[in-house]
Design a protein around this ligand. Structure first.
Ligand code: GLN
Length: 547
């Protein structure tokens, strides 16, 4: 097998940045000429995070092939610039689902189905599937969600323990990320939590090869030696992962530590020297903006920034492309009214209404959009944001007073956004059927669909292409019955499905920049290649800030 596996586990506590560490290591190995993929194994029982409230688990990241996945996959795509797929994320729920389906089918031929070996075999199979086929990567990094010591994570740890013993140490490497706190009053780093965490790992048979220490400041040499001694790792296999201001600095800091070098040596990877010019330029550009714009994000999950992770990053990328710092003002849509909009958005150079579900906060979003439209503030509506922009225009420009989405008022006379019960799926070439009362998991239009972009529009000016592919995650659609009347009032449908059956982008030409899209462009934005719509939205905001 050509593929080498790097298993990343976390200890002491959660939120240490395993996802960013895995992504940054992957990016470094890529610059050394290796092909890399990353997989996330999540120990929770949900089959995927699609049904979870964003407050629980942050954003749901959508892949081209329509998988609803953990937000860490967004980091993987942004750092590696390779598309992830449903293969790159699995959960205990998905593993059990599969094993139970096979048991019901009689595939185990009378055996007692158990965690070991059946669940662990299924996990190993999922991991090893990354190494199949012509396009198997040189390196597969496997990030195990949760913290060592969690009951639900045990089958995953057992599976990687077995893989290491089956495939050997030249093929598998264990990296353990822990916290090394700095006690200010004592004036020193404390290694005990790391020692305990490694002890916990050892008790399940996993010896880490490398210890990566999340810390406020770099760990002194003698502390590293102490950790190495007590945790049985090489003297030069203890690295610092220091806090940074900008997440895109992490690959550079890791490189300075010699982290990727050690990984390459331990796995005997045929790696050339790292080339970090583009990362250095990115970090330099982020740190040296030539201006500043303020963008309001009007949503209902604003108390948890993780809920808008990709959106946040895409706006940062748009700023980098325009050499401006983007200041984000998260506004709770439930608190916005037509009366207070001017005060709420004072000083904002752009207003963005992101995706969302359910009626709560929708009227505030509509008020924000009206303000942006009438006061000529650059506006970007994404998914629900576009749907709200259509409702706002229908109500206040086209005079359809009760205009609404079927999601919010199924009895409205003017359902400008509605549930399509049937549509043609370009990927499966089937007519797909949906109904509102069906299961909530996996009943949406999900994943990548083609969109035809009309020349002479702001969308075309951004994309500079007649055809694009973008990712979707929604149930409701623009209702074509209203295309004519809204069109007469000045709305342009600049992006549609190739057969014109679905509206994908709408805009108002008589405005500095007012655009809504039914898809989620934020998933495809990259630090070194901002998404064209985010780039142009920030460009319009920059113009606004100068005016
Ligand atoms: N709730 C809307 C729908 O289901 C929008 C979804 C979203 O913004 N992702 O169509």
């Amino acid at each position: 097998m050509k593929t080498k596996f790097i298993f990343v586990t976390g200890g002491v506590l959660s939120s240490l940045g395993k996802g960013l560490a895995a992504s940054s290591l992957g990016a470094l190995l890529q610059t050394r000429g290796l092909s890399v993929t990353i997989q996330k194994l999540d120990p929770y029982i949900n089959v995927d995070p699609g049904t979870m409230n964003p407050f629980q688990h942050g954003e749901v990241f959508v892949t081209d092939d329509g998988a609803e996945t953990d937000l860490d996959l967004g980091h993987y795509e942004r750092y590696l610039n390779v598309p992830m797929s449903r293969k790159n994320n699995t959960t205990s729920g998905a593993i059990y689902n599969h094993v139970i389906a096979r048991e019901r089918h009689g595939d185990y031929l009378g055996a007692t189905v158990q965690v070991i070996p059946h669940i662990t075999d299924e996990i190993k199979h999922t991991v090893l599937s990354l190494a199949e086929g012509e396009s198997a990567p040189d390196v597969a990094i496997i990030e195990i969600g949760g913290t060592v010591g969690d009951i639900e994570g045990l089958p995953f740890l057992e599976a990687i323990r077995q893989l290491r013993s089956e495939l050997g140490r030249d093929t598998c490497l264990n990296i353990h990320l822990t916290l090394v706190p700095y006690l200010r009053c004592a004036g020193e780093h404390k290694t005990k939590p790391t020692q305990h965490s490694v002890k916990e790992l050892l008790s399940i048979g996993i010896q880490p090869d490398i210890i990566l220490c999340r810390c406020e400041q770099s760990i002194p040499q003698e502390m590293r030696r102490k950790i190495a001694l007590f945790c049985n790792v090489d003297q030069d296999a203890v690295f610092s992962s220091v806090d940074v201001n900008n997440i895109y600095e992490v690959p550079l800091r890791f490189y300075e530590e010699g982290f990727d070098q050690k990984v390459a040596i331990m796995l005997r990877l045929p790696a050339r020297n790292a080339h970090l010019e583009s990362w250095e330029k990115l970090v330099h550009d982020c740190a040296n903006p030539q201006g500043r714009v303020t963008v309001a994000i009007v949503g209902k999950y604003v108390d948890l920034k993780e809920a808008y992770k990709s959106l946040h990053e895409a706006l940062v990328h748009g700023g980098v492309a325009n050499r401006v710092a983007v200041e984000l003002r998260y506004v709770n849509s439930e608190n916005v009214t037509e009366q207070n909009a001017a005060a709420v958005f004072k000083g904002c150079d752009g207003i963005l209404v992101p995706g969302g579900f359910g009626y709560r906060g929708v009227e505030g979003k509509i008020a924000a959009i009206r303000y942006a439209r009438e006061k000529r503030v650059p506006f970007f509506g994404i998914c629900l944001g576009m749907q709200c922009a259509v409702i706002e225009f229908a109500r206040h420009v086209a005079g359809l007073e009760d205009a609404n989405s079927e999601e919010f008022n199924p009895l409205a006379d003017h359902k400008v956004i509605y549930l399509m019960t049937e549509w043609f799926d370009f990927r499966t070439k089937n007519v797909e059927k949906r109904d509102a009362s069906s299961d909530k998991g996996g009943t949406m239009r999900l994943g990548s669909y083609p969109c035809k972009v009309q020349p002479g529009t702001k969308a075309h000016e951004a994309y500079k292409k007649d055809m694009v592919d973008e990712r979707h995650r929604h149930r409701y659609e623009f209702n074509n019955a209203f295309k004519e009347i809204l069109g007469q009032k000045g709305m342009i449908f600049s992006g549609t499905a190739p057969d014109d059956s679905l509206v994908e982008i709408m805009e108002l030409p008589d405005h500095p920049w007012f655009l809504g899209c039914q898809f989620h462009p934020e998933f495809k934005s990259r630090p070194m290649a901002a998404h064209p719509l985010f780039r142009d939205f920030i460009k319009a905001a920059k113009k606004q800030s100068k005016a």
